[in-house]
Design a protein around this ligand. Structure first.
Ligand SMILES: [Zn+2]
Length: 426
């Protein structure tokens, strides 16, 4: 960029020298000053924000976390700041992974590990996140560049290698095991792995690593015609792993590589990828911060705006040995799990009876039973402000006049009877 600007200044200088008219020379000089100004701005680089030590709920324009911390005040999340303790690994920083990484960065996630071996290309510009000037950079480095500007509080790690090679898989495993960010954490060094890859081999590599490490992960995918997608939660031993229910291409014995013909590329839309990334990160937040329900499987059919859900139990005949190990452990741990669930439910029940909901809150909002609502003296929903009258009867009034047994209908019948008697008298 700076070299480009220097060239423009040189060109302007030679243009100025070649111009005989002093008025035109002055105009060129004005242009030159503007380019010099641009050069100074380019040298200073983007103005980032300093790191924030503690997440604050203070409502001021300069607080990057006020809107997120408000989730606590609204009763959605118990402790939002816990998000800083979590590590999430994103495998595949493409159309879905890059957007998921940006969302988690803006949410203030503690640490993001980014895996991809590809480079940014201009052919990726139909998607979100990457910019044309990043073409040629590795996707992981370009992502770290952008994400660190957006939120310098997030610890970002860039891993540029292919996890499906022997060496790559080993490095992938050891990076997931690394606990330097949170040494006291149980299990592996990450809290969740998000698979945002576009091929079967890479999904199987993530599946193998997570089954071996007993690591919960989420899978995501977008169809080759760009109009549908899905997310899936995989908990080793508890839910079906990726090998438990083989996808169609494998079940039918077709090698996926033969499906990708020379010169034919899959379609992609920023919309579908944005929706899938949004669903993936929404469920990631629910999983990490413990609110709402995490979907075991959520499909997205954009042509019909249809979102199918389902649950998949692990397959006792799964071809993955580590999956079978995890299944055995899960069955053995059942009594302890049941006891913990029972204790939790009892604790919740006792807290409900001790402290009625909305007994006291800062907005003075109280919940009233529908049957107990006292309507005396309370204006009805369709009451008009003082000084205004209706030109036409309201719908309710109109209906009332048609109801049998009301005064109006009795009057009409009485009238009719009198008219008939008068006719008979004649
Ligand atoms: Zn399995």
């Amino acid at each position: 960029m700076e070299v480009e600007l220097k060239d423009i200044i040189d060109d302007l200088d030679s243009l100025k020298r070649s111009l005989p008219d002093p008025f035109l020379q002055a105009s060129v000089l004005q242009l030159r000053l503007r380019v010099e100004n641009l050069t100074r701005m380019a040298k200073s680089g983007p103005v980032g924000r300093p790191k924030v030590k503690d997440m604050s709920a203070e409502v001021v324009d300069s607080n990057p976390y006020s809107r997120l911390m408000a989730l606590q005040r609204m009763g959605i999340v118990e402790n939002y700041e816990r998000i800083r303790d979590f590590s999430v690994a994103i495998v595949g920083v493409g159309g879905v992974g890059s957007v998921a990484a940006e969302m988690l960065t803006r949410c203030g996630i503690g640490r993001l590990l980014l895996y991809d071996y590809d480079k940014v290309e201009l052919a990726n510009m139909n998607r979100l996140f990457f910019r044309p000037e990043q073409a040629g950079m590795t996707k992981t480095d370009a992502a770290v560049q952008t994400l660190s500007d957006i939120n310098p509080d997030v610890v970002l790690e860039s891993y540029t290698f292919n996890i499906t090679t022997v060496q790559g898989f080993e490095t992938f495993m050891s990076s997931l095991r690394n606990k330097s960010f949170c040494p006291s954490k149980e299990g592996s060094g990450v809290d969740l792995v998000l698979s945002c890859v576009d091929n079967y081999e890479a999904r199987m590599a993530v599946n193998q690593a997570c089954n071996e490490l007993n690591q919960t992960w989420m899978e995501s995918g977008v169809s080759e015609d760009a109009v549908s997608g899905h997310i899936q939660l995989l908990i080793p031993g508890e839910t079906a792993c990726f090998a438990c229910a083989p996808p169609l291409v494998v079940a039918s014995g077709v090698d996926e590589r033969t499906l990708k013909r020379e010169g034919v590329c899959a379609a992609s839309l920023p919309t579908t990828m944005g929706v899938v990334a949004g669903l993936l990160v929404q469920n990631t937040l629910k999983f990490l911060l413990n609110f709402g329900n995490v979907s075991p499987y959520l499909g997205y059919n954009s042509l019909k705006d249809f979102f199918p859900t389902m649950e998949m139990k692990p397959n006792p005949q799964c071809s993955n040995a580590a999956c079978l190990e995890r299944q055995k452990e899960y069955v053995l741990a059942k009594p302890a799990r049941d006891a913990a669930a029972k204790a939790k439910m009892e604790a919740e029940m006792s807290s409900i009876t001790e402290c009625p909901l909305h007994d006291d809150n800062e907005w003075n909002i109280s919940v009233v039973d529908d049957n107990e609502v006292d309507t005396a003296g309370v204006p009805s929903a369709d009451a008009l402000p003082e000084g205004l009258t209706r030109e036409l009867p309201s719908a309710d009034e109109f209906e009332k006049s048609l109801l049998p047994g009301t005064d109006a209908s009795v009057d009409d019948l009485e009238n009719l009877r009198r008219q008939l008697e008068a006719l008979n008298a004649d």
